[in-house]
Design a protein. Structure first.
Length: 372
């Protein structure tokens, strides 16, 4: 029996191509793993009305981790129009399988390392080495939303939040609400993981990026929790910044920052900016991590216009694969893979269109594999 069971989820479009690239390096590394194909994506929505079938969730509950390519999502009406005739008009609504996966399997944080590899022509600045810890299961993406806002709900909420009275002249139909939920449990575990990571990897600071001056309750809770946790990590400094100012500082001196931790929406924004500083979607890897399970994915989508052409950059997927190896405890293989990726980037001979080259997705994967 293989040492690891890995759910293999290529998904849609270029997801399939970059997963082929991942397999080339994993095979070269001779990882002792069984790769179990798992269904996810647009095809399953169309034909079954479910982009994340229950059998995939069941499988994920049995494996050590999952590796995922990308999926296609479309707006509500378009999604419904593409259902097979038998399923049309049955009241099915499309939901993002990724968001559901994170919630259902309690993959409560999203880890996004962004490192400027030497020689990458797309680096905004050299010496950038950022790691974003984004809360993944609550915050503004917790799915607690209202539209219309019914009268009884309004009256009840107004008792506790008088500011709602400012909207008394607005009809319930004309109002929508999304609730930002932060829990002590959620705040504690994401901030704790960030400090642990900083300690393990030698980062001197953890920056909490929030907005406590305005979001007094939710960001306020994050700040209180961070200050408490910092006491357990006396060698690591806690920096507290506001999300808006942080955006400016990231462009001014990104090399000042290392580990950053924040809620779901801010983390979404901060991690995309961080990724762009080191080359953009072709380099952005991520892990959705829980206590027992993790699903790793590049942050790009299915890029339909490039699907089937084998021209997109697989480095994001290969760096994602490196994260997975790290998480499995296969440190030597993870280091070897990262060094090979860095070597190929530095040499600058084999590169995809986004880096100004003409190599194919699999050329890059093979060049990385050759160095292993
Ligand atoms: P996208 O990430 O698929 O592609 C946007 C553009 O970025 C591409 O057209 C291409 O120019 C570039 N790009 C992306 N990956 C690249 C790579 N590896 N190498 C070089 N260039 C790359 O985002 P888009 O076009 O907004 O969405 C396409 C579909 O993907 C949609 O259906 C969307 O819902 C879905 N999506 C899925 C995600 C996921 O699976 N986690 C994340 C983002 C979008
Ligand atoms: Mg995003």
């Amino acid at each position: 029996m293989a040492k690891y069971k890995i759910a293999w989820m290529p998904g849609d479009g270029i997801g399939q191509e970059v997963m082929e690239a991942a397999r080339i390096v994993l095979d070269k590394l001779q990882l002792d793993a069984e790769y179990l194909p798992a269904d996810i994506g647009w095809e399953f929505w169309r034909t079954e009305g479910e982009a994340l079938p229950q059998r995939t969730i069941d499988l994920l509950n049995e494996v050590d981790c999952g590796l995922f390519g990308a999926i296609t999502s479309k707006p509500k009406q378009e999604a419904e129009n593409e259902l097979i005739p038998e399923l049309q008009g049955t009241g099915l609504t499309y939901r993002s399988p990724i968001v559901r996966l994170r919630q259902k399997l309690q993959l409560y944080y999203n880890l996004r390392p962004c490192k400027a590899y030497q020689g990458n022509p797309l680096n905004y600045r050299e010496d950038i080495d950022l790691v974003v810890f984004r809360e993944n299961a609550e915050g503004l993406y917790s799915g607690v939303e209202f539209h219309p806002v019914e009268d009884d709900l309004r009256e009840m909420m107004k008792k506790y939040a008088p500011a709602l009275g400012n909207f008394d002249d607005v009809a319930g139909d004309d109002m929508a609400m999304t609730v930002r939920v932060v829990t002590m449990r959620g705040a504690d575990r994401i901030i704790r993981r960030a400090f642990e990571y900083a300690q393990k990897h030698g980062y001197p600071t953890v920056t909490l990026v929030e907005k406590p001056n305005v979001l007094r309750e939710t960001s306020g809770m994050m700040v209180r929790v961070a200050r408490e946790i910092q006491k357990e990590f006396p060698s690591i400094e806690l920096w507290e910044t506001n999300i808006d100012a942080q955006m400016m500082w990231m462009l001014k001196n990104p090399e000042n920052y290392g580990v950053m931790v924040t809620g779901n929406l801010f983390g979404d924004i901060l991690s995309d900016l961080s990724a762009q500083l080191v080359g953009g979607l072709g380099f952005a890897s991520s892990g959705n991590i829980g206590d027992e399970l993790a699903v790793f994915e590049p942050t790009h989508g299915s890029a339909p216009k490039y699907a089937g052409k084998y021209i997109v950059n697989p480095h994001a997927m290969l760096l994602t694969t490196k994260m997975m190896l790290d998480w499995l405890g296969e440190t030597e293989k993870a280091i070897a893979l990262e060094n090979s990726i860095a070597g190929v980037i530095k040499e600058g001979k084999v590169k995809t269109y986004d880096m100004g080259g003409k190599s194919s997705t699999l050329d890059v994967a093979n060049a990385v594999a050759e160095r292993l």
